[in-house]
Each structure stands twice: as structure tokens, then as C-alpha cells.
Design a protein around this ligand. Structure first.
Ligand SMILES: Nc1ncnc2c1ncn2[C@@H]1O[C@H](COP(=O)(O)OP(=O)(O)OP(=O)(O)O)[C@@H](O)[C@H]1O
Ligand SMILES: [Mg+2]
Length: 361
């Protein structure tokens, strides 16, 4: 690796810098790059050979205010500067978040240099966000279960009493009223059963994710023959794993039904599978993780709902019960996995992560 570190630096220091996992960039007093460590090359996806000598503004054109303005301020004030969670655009439409520290390096015998250190934080932020999502989900699920049980018991009594009353009514025209009580009690009962989730013991068996997705696709096509179009992008190398197929079908179907509602008959849905290595779900590291993506080209999740869609009874659809996503999340959590969402108008992605192999296995 050719890195043109200034002659003042000892070989030990260079070795340390070269092996750091945070990106380190050194700019001279004219704000030209004089050193970039391998972590920096990885972060910017450049080779030091091509970027040494470049101006800071050429390397970080996205910076607002312009990066050179910041570096000059630091040199003039002699005060270091730290900015947290800066969004750094990468090639394609990818972005990453970094914490950035800018340090002035003053020397007796030469003009000052500026050291820029960039540390990726998106991984840590993602882990924290996921831990939060899981614990929040567990808390609401417990509350919901308790509530559903409390409602179910008197509901049975209410329905039974309405039936008895119906038999005793002298005037048959009054039966319309008792029938309303019975029908509404049945509707509420179904809602409570959905809230409580599946009441049978999970039936784990060897499953192939593509069979599950094909099943969901055929159900969708039967429900909506007029569209949207369903496109498949499967990674055939994904191994079989142990899971309850009915629960996985239910979870993916809930996501796919939302995608159909969002994209409409002329829309487009994509079912994609990928395998990820050394991936963390919540705070648990897994050697192999399956990622199923359900992507649609609808309007996107409305901004005021974005943080709450996994909560029960949160719905933006007329007639929606707001239970599809919390149920899907629960079913995937039971398999040690997690569902996440990324949405903007024209592209909404739901990611289902399922562990295939844990690090300690
Ligand atoms: N693919 C999507 N595109 C846009 N908005 C979505 C998408 N998926 C979910 N949402 C939003 O999240 C809300 C909650 O979804 P959820 O599936 O939990 O409930 P629902 O679809 O309203 O009712 P149901 O219980 O019948 O599924 C939806 O009402 C919708 O506003
Ligand atoms: Mg739904």
C-alpha cells in the first residue's frame, strides 16, 4: 500500500495509523491530502494513489458548509471540532453515518496540518434502534395479550346472554337487536383472537424460503388477479432452515398485502432474498442471516406513521385494523428474527431478517 505519510512520522506511528479501523485523513496547510489510511480508502472507496495531493473539497464535495471552510476555521481557531452523525453519501443511493473529528496539528518547524478522523456509527445506531424496537414490541405485546384476555372472557358471557334473550323474545322483530349484539361480539372475538396470535404450539420443520415466498405469491395472485405485478429476485444458494412454515407465510403475507394496498393494481412488488454473513440482529451476532425483502413502488409510509407502524392499532388505511405489522413482527421475533422498514415515495422496503446460523453454533 503506497501512502505518502509525511517524513516526520515514525514507522511505528504509520503502522498504528494503517491498522486503525477508523478512517484517518491528513491535510497539509493548503488543504491537500497528504495521507489517508486503509480504513479511509475503504470508507471513501478510493485508492490512496489516486487521491493523494487532492484538495479536501474534491474528496468531500458533499460537505455543507464546504469542508475547506471547516478545516480553515479549525486551523485559524486552533480548536478541534467534532460533528456527530454526519450523513456521508456513497456511490449509488447509499449513505452512511459517521462521527467526524477535525484536529489542528501545529508544528514548530512547519505550517500546520489538519487531521480528520471519521468513525462509522450506523452499525451501532442500527443495533441500538433494533434493541429498542424489540423491547418496545415485547412490552406492547404483553399489554395487548393481557387486554385481549380481559375482553374475551366477558365477551363470551355477553354473547351467551344475547342468545338466551333471543329465544325468550315474544316479538320476533326484536331479534334484529339481539343479532346485532351477537354479530358484534363475534367480530370483537375475531379481533381479540388476531391480537392474541396463534394459539397452537409452533410446528418447526425444515423449510425452504423460496417455497414459502412462492406460496405467498400464489395467494396474492388468487386474491388480486388484476395486479400488481409480482417480480422475483431469489438467491438460489440460500440453505433450508428450521421454522414454522405457516407462521412465516402469515408474516410475509401481511407485508405483501400491505404492499398490494400501497401499490395498487398497476403497481409493482418485488420479492427478493439474500444471505448476509456476520450480521447482527438486535444485539446478537449471527454467522449467516437470511434477508427477505418485500419492496413496492407505492406512495410510501406516511411520515407521521413511520415511527409507529409496528405498534398495534396503528393504521393509515380506511378499514385497516392496524394489526398486520405487529403480528408479522411477533411471528418473526419468535424465530429470533426482526422486521425493519425503509420507505420513501415510490420505494418502500420491508426487510425480514432471519438467523440461519448463530456465531456460537
Ligand atoms: N408497503 C406499505 N406502503 C405504505 N404504507 C404502508 C405499507 N405497509 C404498511 N403501511 C402503513 O402501515 C399501516 C399499518 O399496517 P398494518 O399492516 O399493521 O395494518 P393495516 O394494513 O392498516 O391493517 P391490517 O390489520 O388489516 O393489516 C398501514 O395502515 C399503512 O398506513
Ligand atoms: Mg396490513
Amino acid at each position: 500500500m503506497i501512502t505518502d505519510i509525511p517524513p516526520r512520522t515514525s514507522s511505528l506511528e504509520k503502522t498504528v495509523l494503517d491498522n486503525l479501523i477508523t478512517a484517518v485523513l491528513l491535510f497539509d496547510s493548503e488543504l491537500r491530502l497528504s495521507y489517508i489510511n486503509p480504513a479511509g480508502e475503504m470508507l471513501f472507496q478510493v485508492s490512496s494513489r489516486h487521491v493523494l495531493g487532492q484538495r479536501a473539497c474534491a474528496l468531500m464535495p458533499w460537505s455543507t458548509p464546504p469542508v475547506e471552510e471547516r478545516l480553515r476555521d479549525v486551523l485559524a481557531t486552533r480548536h478541534p471540532l467534532t460533528e456527530r452523525e454526519l450523513i456521508l453519501p456513497l456511490s449509488g443511493d447509499r449513505t452512511i453515518r459517521v462521527n467526524c473529528t477535525v484536529l489542528p496539528l501545529h508544528h514548530f518547524d512547519a505550517p500546520a496540518d489538519v487531521l480528520v478522523e471519521l468513525c462509522r456509527v450506523d452499525r451501532q445506531l442500527r443495533i441500538t434502534r433494533e434493541e429498542h424496537l424489540i423491547s418496545q414490541h415485547q412490552a406492547t405485546q404483553a399489554l395487548l395479550r393481557g387486554l385481549a384476555h380481559e375482553i374475551k372472557n366477558p365477551l363470551g358471557g355477553l354473547r351467551g346472554a344475547a342468545q338466551l334473550l333471543e329465544r325468550e323474545l315474544p316479538d320476533k322483530s326484536l331479534r334484529d337487536y339481539t343479532q346485532i349484539i351477537i354479530d358484534e361480539a363475534d367480530r370483537l372475538q375475531k379481533l381479540m383472537d388476531r391480537m392474541l396470535g396463534p394459539n397452537r404450539i409452533p410446528k418447526e420443520q425444515r423449510v425452504n424460503i423460496h417455497q414459502i415466498l412462492e406460496h405467498v405469491r400464489s395467494l396474492l395472485q388468487a386474491e388480486h388477479p388484476e395486479g400488481p405485478r409480482v417480480i422475483r429476485d431469489y438467491d438460489p444458494s440460500i440453505p433450508d432452515f428450521r421454522a414454522d412454515p405457516d407462521r412465516l407465510i402469515q408474516a410475509v403475507l401481511n407485508l405483501a398485502r400491505n404492499a398490494v394496498a400501497a401499490s395498487g393494481p398497476s403497481g409493482r412488488i418485488e420479492l427478493r432474498t439474500r444471505v448476509l454473513r456476520q450480521f447482527t440482529i438486535g444485539n446478537q451476532c449471527h454467522r449467516l442471516v437470511l434477508r427477505v425483502e418485500v419492496v413496492d413502488n407505492g406512495e410510501g409510509v406516511s411520515p407521521e406513521l413511520q415511527d409507529r407502524i409496528f405498534f398495534p392499532m396503528v393504521s393509515g388505511q380506511p378499514g385497516g385494523t392496524g394489526l398486520g405489522l405487529p403480528i408479522a413482527q411477533e411471528l418473526i421475533n419468535q424465530h429470533g428474527g426482526l422486521i425493519e422498514c425503509e420507505s420513501r415515495p415510490g420505494k418502500t422496503k420491508f426487510f425480514v431478517y432471519l438467523p440461519l446460523e448463530s456465531c456460537h453454533e
